[in-house]
Design a protein around this ligand. Structure first.
Ligand code: UT7
Length: 365
């Protein structure tokens, strides 16, 4: 139901969902592809395995699966949605927007849709935009979907980047908070500095549609169908990431009148366990209050926070009234943070069993 224009509203997250592809690419698989080792990858990044989209999966199809799960956990269907916002830096094509692909797939026939691209800060950016649609009364139910097919923009011959990234999607439903109930987004901080663009960027067009061919490939294997690639100055990204996340989180907490000890769970962008440990130390947040699942998925850019959120809910890590600090950094350079007062989301049934490590079922590409 769309609230009356002019009403003073807060936004709650009323549904969460995630989708990750079946195919698991382990560090041991990567040992067969580039000169690396499981020990190096685990020690330097904390990552053990990542998911890889199949040939017919895209940011749109994965995003739709995550969106359906988020709607189910909110007790809604596509026809209840007023707006779909996609957060992706690997859209299905230049246009239509991946959000529009998702809108069609979930049957959100009366919704409008658009994408935002702020690389790994995309989900926090889209969350802030979506919340403003809700608080202004412009949209009653907003679906925010972070979805990435990074395997199609990774250079699988570059060991300094290919070990870090993975594919997947996560989604949340935003609705107005009811009078007297917990729920709200506080003090979002969003920043960018284009002068640091060379630290992390992707050349060329975005992820190809299924069947599309990259230059010099046969399109048969998703790990070979790379027509553009991520370029990164890892050490400098590492350094800037810790500073940016710390400053954004501190500014956000100050804006919300909170201290680190008021945070029940921190939900950071899942990039590197060493970055997250340094960030936690700077904020004096104990590590058990920093949610991490990057060992199973690697860095899924704009999808990482909503995937982590859906899994934290499925694990029963959040209760109504808890304050959740979300913080991210990424290419651009972009960074940001926000505090969400948790409103209580029905446990997403299909997430009850979070998939654990599995041996790769596919031969190395
Ligand atoms: O969403 C934002 C995405 N980006 C990030 O989060 C990246 C941030 N940066 C990082 O996570 C780290 O910088 C990396 C994990 C990328 C690299 O870790 P590092 O401790 O900064 O390593 P390094 O780049 O300083 O490289 C150390 C050595 C080098 O060899 P030499 O020059 O010391 O002989 C690299 O060539 O490790 C070598 N190396 C590797 N060795 C085995 C680089 N990649 C690999 C690899 N396997 N995959």
């Amino acid at each position: 139901m769309t609230p009356a224009p002019g009403a003073l509203l807060r936004t709650r997250i009323s549904g969460v969902g995630r989708y990750v592809p079946e195919r698991v690419l382990t560090n041991h698989d990567l040992e067969q592809m580039v000169e690396t080792s499981d020990a190096w990858i685990v020690e330097r990044s904390g990552i053990r395995e990542r998911r890889i989209a199949s040939g017919d999966e895209t940011s749109g199809t994965m995003g739709a699966r995550a969106a359906e799960e988020a709607l189910a956990s909110a007790g809604l269907t596509g026809s209840d949605v007023d707006l779909v916002i996609g957060a992706t830096c690997t859209p299905d094509g230049m246009f239509p927007a991946t959000a529009t692909v998702i809108q069609d797939a979930i049957g959100a026939g009366s919704a409008s849709s658009f994408d935002v691209n702020a690389a790994c800060t995309g989900f926090l950016t889209a969350l802030s935009v979506g919340s403003q649609f809700v608080t202004s009364g412009s949209a009653g139910r907003v679906l925010v979907v972070g979805s990435e097919t990074l395997s199609r923009v990774v250079d699988w011959t570059d060991r300094s980047t290919c070990v870090l990234f993975g594919d997947g999607a996560g989604a949340v439903v935003l609705e107005p908070t009811q009078e007297g109930e917990p729920g709200g987004l506080a003090s979002p901080v969003l920043r960018s500095d284009g002068a640091l663009g060379d630290l992390l960027y992707a050349r060329g067009p975005a992820s190809a549609r299924p069947g599309a061919r990259g230059i010099g490939d046969n399109g048969a294997d998703p790990l070979r169908a790379v027509a553009s690639c991520i370029v990164m100055d890892g050490r400098n990204v590492f350094r800037h990431a810790i500073t940016a996340m710390t400053e954004a989180a501190q500014a956000c907490l100050a804006g919300a009148g909170l201290r680190a000890e008021d945070i029940a769970l921190c939900m950071p962008h899942q990039a590197n366990v060493r970055i997250l440990s340094a960030f936690a130390r700077n904020l004096e947040l104990s590590e058990e209050r920093v949610y991490m699942n990057l060992e199973r998925y690697g860095n899924t850019s704009a999808a990482s926070i909503p995937i982590a959120l859906a899994e934290a809910v499925a694990e029963g890590r959040l209760s109504a009234g808890d304050r959740v600090l979300m913080v991210a950094f990424g290419g651009g350079f972009t960074w940001g943070a926000t505090v969400v007062e948790w409103s209580g989301v029905r446990r997403p049934e299909r997430l009850a069993a979070v998939p654990g490590s599995r041996a790769s079922t596919a031969p190395p590409p």
